[in-house]
Design a protein. Structure first.
Lengths: 153, 185
């Protein structure tokens, strides 16, 4: 009996999805538009909760932005147009993925540059200091001496 | 100095490099912790105020539309009856109105009767007030949350945003000097 209950509980847990903040009344009837709205929502910062996307946040402003994104998609705007609209009002800060422009070059290209510099230094050091020859052991030295004296005779 | 000593000194310094890099990062992050993103410069600075037309809040005062902005430098204040910091800044707003500075208000996502009661209780400093029921006008202005106050120039362009509660001190240091600069011909 208990095993059946546990099994049922586990099955019920397996059926639960992640808890999105998107409320049922916000969702669009058109699944294609709704999927685009979800993708956009995940890439937009909730401005008052800072490190949540508007899809994840329960904040009022996040709700308003979700509704706005859906209204614009329904009106026929492209994804890029929706992003540009919000970027014009809230700046790059609203985008969770910062755009590549001169101000963010350090951010995008810094880590690979550091990796390249580090690799370059390693290679250069290898070239400057080739592995030191291993000194002969006493046995080898004795044999070499013997060979050398043999050759002299 | 023998050459060997010199190279070991150089090598020592090289080993310090990651430590120095770490300290620089730690300092950057420590400074970043105290950084308030709502104090970011608004992306709307130097852009014309967005188009909008809002219903009135008070029976004896007109609503607010884009056409009402400009002509002279003025302040646009976003407020709400449900917002505690708005209550705090209201005395300063009343002072602004008394000194004759043009000030218009936008009630952000507020119920009409609540906004009316709020202004009835605390005084109504606004020349015109619009009701932004769904918060769209606020989003068009780039508002994060109430209260926020914008300085507009005579062309109706947004020149400055103050996020948070105004005080007489903020008025003196942040708002009045900028208004005075805009009023110069």
């Amino acid at each position: 009996m208990i095993r059946h209950l546990l099994l049922g509980l586990l099955l019920a847990l397996a059926l639960t999805g992640p808890a999105w903040a998107v409320n049922p009344d916000e969702r669009l009837a058109d699944p294609v538009l709704e999927a685009r709205a979800r993708a956009l929502g995940k890439s937009l910062r909730c401005l008052v909760c800072q490190n949540q996307s508007i899809d994840d946040s329960n904040a009022d402003l996040a709700h308003d932005l979700r509704v706005l994104v859906r209204a614009q998609l329904t009106a026929g705007d492209s994804d890029a147009q929706v992003l540009a609209y919000l970027q014009a009002r809230y700046g790059d800060y609203v985008l969770l993925k910062p755009p590549v422009d001169p101000a963010t070059w350090a951010l995008w290209f810094g880590p690979p540059a550091v990796l390249l510099i580090g690799g370059g230094v390693l290679v250069a050091r290898r070239r400057d200091h080739p592995a030191a020859p291993i000194p002969l052991s006493a046995e080898e030295r004795a044999r070499l001496d013997l060979l050398m004296t043999d050759a002299d005779e | 100095m023998p050459p060997e000593n010199k190279s070991t000194l150089g090598r020592r310094l090289l080993f310090l490099l990651p430590v120095a890099a770490f300290v620089a990062l730690a300092v950057t992050f420590a400074l970043g912790l105290g950084h308030d993103p709502t104090m970011l410069k608004s992306a709307m600075i130097d852009k014309p105020a967005p188009a909008f037309a809002l219903e009135p809040v008070m029976a004896d005062k007109p609503g607010l539309a884009r056409a009402d902005l400009g002509g002279k430098p003025m302040l646009v204040n976003f407020f709400a009856s449900w917002c505690a910091p708005c209550r705090v800044e209201h005395a300063t707003l009343n002072g602004i109105a008394a000194s004759g500075i043009p000030l218009v208000g936008i009630a952000y996502k507020d119920k009409l009767e609540n906004a009316q009661r709020f202004l009835g209780d605390l005084g109504d400093p606004y020349q015109k007030i619009g009701l932004d029921l769904d918060g769209r006008t606020a989003i068009d202005f780039g508002v994060y949350g109430v209260p926020e106050t914008y300085i507009l120039d005579r062309e109706g362009r947004i020149r400055f945003r103050y996020a948070g509660s105004l005080s007489d001190e903020v008025l003196k240091t942040e708002i009045l000097p900028r208004l005075a600069a805009l009023e110069r011909p």
